[in-house]
Write a protein that binds this ligand. Structure first.
Ligand SMILES: [Zn+2]
Length: 146
């Protein structure tokens, strides 16, 4: 398990809005489960963008918080074409000049879990991973997650 810190409202768009591409400054060889962590910084000018509005951005949603893990996803593959200024088919969420980290199987957490993140990819503490797994298991047992 690894974790990725993303500024709001982009982290929310991953958790709730179908954003399936993370735009990162670096590539990674890592593939597998990834905690989506909303970093402490907010991309304020993005909050009014059409893309973010189309993702259903709602500042009152608990997952619109900062400094917390809000979802789990799988890092499926990374496209680096845009870094070489080549075109690719990564869709509306993919930004020019970034590595496109493709995320599948996104599962929003029932509640955010406060955690300190880092930039880009980082190794979550075992306690944090346990907390995420326990929360999903509890929600499933209560019938809140399908
Ligand atoms: Zn791409």
């Amino acid at each position: 398990m690894q974790a990725m810190s993303v500024q709001q409202p982009w982290a929310f768009a991953i958790a709730r809005g179908g954003k399936s591409v993370g735009n990162q400054s670096t590539p990674t060889a890592y593939r597998g489960p990834l905690l989506i962590h909303a970093s402490m910084r907010v991309d304020l000018k993005a909050c009014d963008s059409p893309l973010i509005r189309s993702a259903g951005w709602d500042p009152r949603d608990p997952l619109a918080t900062i400094g917390a893990v809000i979802a789990v996803a799988d890092l499926d593959h990374v496209c680096s074409a845009a870094v070489r200024d080549a075109s690719c088919d990564c869709g509306p969420w993919a930004a020019r000049g970034s590595h496109h980290w493709h995320l599948t199987g996104v599962r929003a957490l029932p509640r955010p879990i406060v955690a300190i993140g880092r930039t880009d990819l980082w190794q979550p503490a075992p306690g944090l991973v346990n907390e995420v797994n326990t929360m999903f298991a509890t929600a499933a047992a209560l019938g809140n997650v399908t």
